[in-house]
Ligand binder design. Structure first.
Ligand code: COA
Length: 168
C-alpha cells in the first residue's frame, strides 16, 4: 500500500507553475458552462505562472495543499473586502485540481485557511461562491457556513448571483 503524505503550507515562488496549473484546470472544471467562455478564458489566461510568482512575492497569503509532494490545491486569504459585512477575514479563493476533489482535501485546506486567519486575529470570516457553482455552495454549507448575503457578478453581460457564507 502506498501512503501519500498531505501537507498544507505557505506558497513559495517555486509553486507558481503548479498553482497556475491548478488555477486553470479547477476554474475550467468549476465554471465552464456557467461563466461565458470568453470571460472565463480571459480570467484564466491573466493568471499564468508570472502572475502567481508576483502574488507570492508580494506576500499575498496563499496556502497550498500538497499530496505526495505535488500541489493539489491552493487558497488565498486576507481581510474581508465587503465593507457592508462585519466579518474580519475572507477566503478569496479555494480551489483543488479536479482529480483531487471529493477526498477531503478541501475540508483540510479550509480548516487551515480559517486557522491562519484566526492567527492574524481575524476570527470571523466570509466566503463568496457563485450560486450556480453547486459543488462549492454544497461544500460551504456542509462546512457550517451561514448564508448571510447575496450579490451579483457580471461576466460578459451575463449576470450571475453569488452567495456569501460566514463563520463566526
Ligand atoms: C469545492 C471544493 C473546494 C471542495 O473540496 P473537496 O476536497 O472536493 O471537498 P471534501 O472532499 O472536503 O468534501 C467536504 C464535503 O463537501 C461536500 N462536497 C464537496 N464537493 C461537492 C460537490 N461537488 N457536490 C456536492 N457536495 C460536495 C462533500 O460531499 C463533503 O460532505 P460530507 O463531509 O458530508 O461528506 C473542491 O471540490 C473544488 O475545488 N471545487 C472546484 C472549485 C470551486 O468550486 N472552488 C470554490 C470556489 S468558491
Amino acid at each position: 500500500m502506498t501512503i501519500l503524505a498531505i501537507d498544507i503550507r505557505k506558497a513559495e515562488i517555486r509553486d507558481a507553475d503548479a498553482i497556475a496549473d491548478v488555477h486553470q484546470t479547477s476554474w475550467d472544471g468549476a465554471y465552464a458552462g456557467i461563466i461565458p467562455h470568453r470571460a472565463l478564458n480571459t480570467m484564466i489566461s491573466r493568471r499564468g505562472p508570472q502572475w502567481w510568482a508576483h502574488a507570492i512575492r508580494r506576500a499575498t497569503s496563499i496556502l497550498v495543499v500538497e499530496i505526495g509532494g505535488d500541489v493539489a490545491g491552493y487558497a488565498t486569504i486576507g481581510r474581508n473586502r465587503a465593507r457592508e459585512l462585519p466579518q474580519q477575514g475572507e477566503i478569496y479563493e479555494l480551489y483543488l485540481r479536479p482529480e483531487c476533489q471529493g477526498i477531503g482535501l478541501g475540508t483540510r485546506l479550509f480548516a487551515a485557511a480559517r486557522a491562519r486567519l484566526a492567527a492574524y486575529n481575524m476570527k470571523s470570516l466570509v466566503v463568496w461562491a457563485l450560486e450556480d457553482n453547486v459543488g462549492a455552495v454544497e461544500f460551504y454549507a456542509r462546512a457550517g457556513g451561514r448564508d448571510i448575503a447575496e450579490g451579483v457578478e457580471v461576466f460578459d453581460q451575463k449576470a450571475l448571483r453569488k452567495i456569501a457564507f460566514s463563520w463566526e
